[in-house]
Ligand binder design. Structure first.
Ligand code: C5P
Length: 400
């Protein structure tokens, strides 16, 4: 969802409470207003000032504070979403029976908002029939349960019970409230960076991690789309909630895109594609003993996949291109974007600045989206997920 929401993050008293900081941070970076309700137990594991600094709001714990403003119901009533991370076995049990002996219990009961819980506990506790029953009860009531993951626990033991990764909790929580405005649409997303082989062990490549493309794919799935992801040398794991094809070189990417594009309503070309490839791929490792002090590579131009797609688009198909530029001057950057969208013929162009530390590989991004006339459709800054969602708003408007 792209508008700012009121999200309550409940933090309960498990060791994993320190990881709640990253959940809160992810939700804030996604542009939302986050209010933390921490249990007494949670504050034994993580400091109130930390939670306040990261959430940018006062943290509430005490049921008997703020009575004049009826805080025990006010927080829940104002919530658009409640995320409890970590959720201990104790809190899960209390939620299942509807106990309200602390501020978090009151907040949940006083709210009509969707509830997402991310359990964290030792395997024995997670697998105990009482917890299994409580989770079944919560699920039947519409609560979304994220995780737990399987892995190293607090002690030397490992197994199911580890808190799901904070990024995944944020993604799953926001998916619960995402508008389903892309339902019934098929979307093709390319992500990552192509590699052009020089010889069996070397390539020419770029620093694209695939994070922005994957954020687009996940956001589109959350909004109801059927997504195919074509990943070129992804540095992050491809999600399980979509069809994924892995490619490496530009020619492989071109073939995969040309195969998939005719059947989709939207193509999002987030992959960083090499404009040139070596004219010859050496059969065996290029030897410095043979090449000497200087080695000249001859490169030939790759096909422009995006321009071809735009040319072959069927009526109603929406094609989104990207322009990652190192230009520092804002006006010059915009001028580059305008020239590029005119040349490529796509419907929307996502323009962003990249550099040694900016753009590629980072978790956040700052973009300007242009339309075919070169007009600014919108500007967005924040997590790659929120940038994806804001851009998808523009895509959804075109599909409508
Ligand atoms: O020209 P430039 O590489 O800056 O264009 C970037 C956009 O064009 C991206 O959307 C990228 O995926 C796409 N592209 C392409 N084929 C190429 C080069 C770039 O589809 N050969």
């Amino acid at each position: 969802m792209s508008g700012q929401l009121n999200i309550v993050v409940g933090v309960t008293g498990g060791i994993a409470a320190y990881k709640a900081v990253n959940v809160i941070r992810g939700l804030v970076l996604a542009g939302h207003n986050v209010h933390v309700v921490a249990t007494e137990g949670a504050l034994r594991f993580v400091g109130k000032p930390t939670l306040e600094a990261i959430s940018r709001n006062i943290v509430h714990t005490d049921l008997y504070e703020g009575v004049a403003e009826v805080r025990h119901v006010a927080i829940g009533q104002a919530a658009d979403l409640i995320v409890i991370a970590p959720a201990t076995a104790n809190t899960i049990a209390k939620l299942a029976v509807g106990l309200a002996d602390d501020l978090l219990g009151n907040t949940v009961l006083a709210s009509r908002a969707p509830v997402v819980i991310a359990p964290a506990m030792h395997t024995e506790m997670w697998q105990h029939p009482a917890t299994v029953h409580n989770i079944t009860v919560l699920r039947s009531r519409g609560v979304t349960v994220v995780g737990p993951a399987v892995g190293q626990l607090t002690g030397t033991d490992s197994g199911p019970g580890r808190l799901e990764e904070p990024d995944e909790i944020v993604r799953a929580a926001l998916a619960v409230i995402a508008p389903k405005d892309l339902a019934g649409h098929r979307i093709l997303v390319t992500a990552g960076g192509t590699r052009e082989p020089l010889d069996p062990v070397r390539f020419l490549g770029n620093r694209s991690s695939g994070k922005q493309g994957i954020a687009f794919a996940l956001a589109a799935v959350a909004r109801g789309a059927e997504v195919t992801l074509i990943g070129a040398n992804l540095e992050v794991a491809a999600p399980g909630s979509m069809r994924v094809r892995h490619v490496s070189s530009t020619l492989e990417l071109a073939a995969a895109v040309e195969d998939a594009a005719p059947d989709v309503d939207v193509v999002i070309m987030a992959a960083a594609v090499a404009d040139y490839r070596p004219a010859v791929i050496a059969e065996s490792k290029i030897k410095k003993e043979l090449a000497g002090d200087r080695l000249t590579l001859e490169l030939v131009k790759n096909p422009d996949i995006l321009a071809r797609l735009a040319e072959a688009r069927r009526p109603g198909q929406v094609i989104v291109g990207f322009a990652a530029e190192t230009e520092q001057d804002a006006d010059a950057l915009l001028a580059l974007g305008r020239t590029k969208i005119a040349r490529k013929g796509c419907d929307l162009l996502v323009l962003n600045r990249v550099g040694w530390t900016e753009g590629f590989g980072a978790d956040s991004n700052s973009v300007i989206v242009l339309d075919r006339l070169g007009d600014i459709v919108m500007e967005a800054s924040g997590s790659k997920q929120s940038v994806a969602n804001r851009t998808l708003d523009a895509v959804a408007a075109r599909l409508a």
